[in-house]
Design a protein around this ligand. Structure first.
Ligand code: SD4
Length: 318
């Protein structure tokens, strides 16, 4: 069995590419890297890679990670600037015994030494979003930190290897140097080929409070189906945060076990995800969360898919 699951609609083209590799007995490492690079390279996705939204100082600082569930190797970069494919740098770092998580200048130095492609990741479109937000913040007292669509994936190959990976520009208007959950093992991602993997999107500061990706893998190791594991972990963290802090930030999780069974859970409206397995064509689903915290999902309609692209590519009214 092989398969892939990923956060948000934007991942489906990447997942489709990754599936082509898995079909040919490709490795979960190569497939997940290829899939995430596809999302990083697409300029209209404004929360990952090229075209990602900048921080408060109008710089695009990116976070990414990679984990190999056979060896438990982890590599990650945080707040890295001017490199085209942070996930590839993270994967390269995962092969280092030490110094495998690098931030800022150190990460850039490593990437340069290893010959990774340098690129100005700040597009004119992202600048326009920035200017618009600055204006809105003055006029309407808008909260700066909205807009977040991290790509997080879990991949299982036909050899039984599970990998997880993430890539994000983090929160729009974040402070320089701010790091979210996405490059933090156990929070933004976790993979163990003995059980499966999980990955997160949402408010990093809150996702980290529950080490939630690790928690989901742990629940799967106790025999839970990925769907039950996701719902259990998300609902528990949502409840704890609400009780202790008055409210919980956005928490959305995806998971796949080493049999290719998958699950998702969220505490928001409007979460979408993409999945493919040996038995299922690449499919985008929309998630609905019931009052009882149970999540149901339906296949996104053609109309929804077209509308999504239209809004992503629409001119920005400044
Ligand atoms: C972060 N979790 O940096 C990321 C943002 C995100 O969907 O997931 N957005 O906090």
């Amino acid at each position: 069995m092989w398969g892939m699951i990923a956060t948000w609609r934007m991942a489906v083209e990447g997942v489709t590419k990754g599936a082509e590799m898995l079909k040919e007995n490709g490795s979960a490492g190569d497939a997940i890297e290829t899939a995430i690079r596809e999302v990083e390279d697409f300029p209209y996705y404004k929360s990952v890679g090229y075209g990602g939204l900048p921080n408060e100082e109008m710089e695009v600082e990116l976070d990414a990670a990679f984990m190999d569930g056979d060896t438990l190797d982890i590599g990650a970069v945080a707040a890295i600037k001017d490199y085209a494919n942070p996930v590839s740098i993270a994967r390269r770092l995962s092969r280092e015994k030490v110094n495998s998580v690098l931030v800022g200048e150190g990460a850039e130095k490593f990437a340069h030494k290893e010959g990774f492609e340098r690129k100005n990741m700040l597009t004119d479109r992202a600048k326009a979003h920035y200017r618009k937000r600055v204006k809105e913040m003055k006029e309407e007292e808008l909260k700066p930190y909205s807009g977040h669509d991290t790509v997080g994936m879990v991949c299982l190959d036909s050899h039984g290897k599970v990998t997880a990976a993430t890539s994000t520009s983090g929160l729009f208007m974040k402070k320089k140097g701010r790091v979210g959950d996405s490059p933090i093992a156990g929070s933004g991602f976790y993979a163990d080929s003995k059980w499966g993997g999980a990955s997160a999107t949402g408010l990093g500061e809150d996702l980290m409070k529950g080490c939630i990706s690790y928690e989901i893998v742990r629940l799967m190791s106790e025999g839970m189906h990925p769907q039950e594991a996701c719902e259990t972990a998300v609902n528990k963290l949502d409840k704890e945060l609400t009780e202790r802090r008055g409210k919980a930030g956005d928490l959305s999780l995806i998971a796949m076990n080493n049999k290719g069974e998958w699950g998702v859970a969220t505490n928001i409206e409007g979460f979408s995800f993409a999945v493919v397995t040996e038995n299922q064509e690449p499919t985008v689903y929309l998630v609905t969360r019931g009052e009882d915290g149970r999540c149901t999902f339906e296949v996104a309609s053609q109309e929804w898919m077209e509308n999504y692209m239209k809004t992503r590519m629409a001119p920005i009214e400044e």
